[in-house]
Design a protein. Structure first.
Lengths: 192, 192
DNA sequence: TTTAAAAACAAACGATTGTTTGGTTTAAAA
DNA sequence: TTTTAAACCAAACAATCGTTTGTTTTTAAA
């Protein structure tokens, strides 16, 4: 063990390693990707990765955390410009769809790797997911809705439909923002 | 090779084997389940399973086919009693939710194992999924909707929300039929 | 320029993976 | 009751898995 600890080097490749892991996990799923696959993609030998992460599960956990961070940051940024409740929800949905379908491998990992697929760390993964989704609970709380509308069902329906869209999304048939707009439009006019 | 082929024996365990595979695939995902896990669950040695199925991928393919068969049969049965377009769609959604969340491990496999997780047979899996979902396209086609309603978005939203519900479903907070009713209600009153 | 820590290499570890092979038991047709 | 195919067992196969260990290279502080 070293006597003193230094800052990471300039050529530290922890982030590139995490990027490669996120991209592969997002595309093929957790179990379908081996540590050797990731190492090959980042130009590193398999054993070398263990300098940066103590295990494959920890690698997944790190991508989850980064995914939640990116999603949260992106949605918060989109919300900053909006005041009206419906506009705020729409902005959040657009940001959600955009980062999910286009921008971030990390975010896609959250939706394509289910906690129960990795039982050993499912207790660590679930709260990360839930914490992010709570933003939508608050956004829907603020909507002026008819008295008999179940806000919980509304949230589950909206987020479910958006999250599932990664299974059929095709850039040629509409952008992520358009998808979010369409879905919200279907709901909105009945609920006001 | 035998000179003549006989019918399967009375004690043939192909179905029990398929049942065990479906249950495990549905609960843990395809890659998280080993052939030995399945063998143990059905009380068989690992090698013996290869008498019934030539590979693990074929085992998955068979569960997919059975899942689609069960879903289709269940939905068709529910549709037989209904005439009015909205009632038909609601009956289909209820049946879809019910078999998905409660009744069939086979059906759950279709939603929890993504074709791209098993690249080698993804071309076989996708059309099975699509063929079933086409029923909903037809049901929505028959709805009397305002001219500006995008039927494709409606289908994707409804099915997406229902399919995603397996990620949050909790029997204590409403039955599958109630979930389907709630979601359809959210959409219905705005679209007529 | 020396030196210590950061980072990666090189090579292997034991365990588990899907699968194959050859022989044995069991049910049912003859 | 004999016989044949169905069904399973028992044991191993090569390949791949995540991971560990000991050593070497590289960066940057001293």
């Amino acid at each position: 063990m070293p006597d003193t600890t230094r800052a990471p080097r300039q050529d530290n490749r922890r982030i590139q390693l995490l990027d490669a892991a996120a991209a592969l996990f997002a595309e093929h799923g957790f179990h379908a990707v081996s540590m050797r696959d990731i190492a090959r993609n980042v130009g590193m030998l398999p054993g070398s990765m263990y300098y940066h992460f103590p295990s494959k599960n920890d690698l997944l956990l790190a991508t989850y955390e980064e995914g939640v961070r990116q999603l949260s940051q992106r949605v918060d940024l989109a919300l900053a410009d909006e005041d009206e409740p419906w506009a705020r929800l729409e902005a959040a949905c657009k940001a959600h769809a955009e980062i999910l379908l286009n921008e971030s491998d990390y975010a896609q990992v959250i939706l394509s790797v289910f906690p129960r697929d990795v039982a050993a760390i499912s207790d660590n993964l679930k709260p990360l997911r839930d914490g992010y989704e709570d933003r939508f609970r608050i956004l829907i709380e603020a909507l002026p809705l008819a008295a008999d509308v179940d806000r919980n069902s509304l949230r589950l329906m909206l987020l479910g439909a958006l999250n599932w869209s990664k299974n059929w999304y095709n850039p040629r048939h509409g952008s992520p923002r358009e998808i979010a707009t369409d879905m919200l439009a279907l709901l909105k006019r009945s609920l006001v």
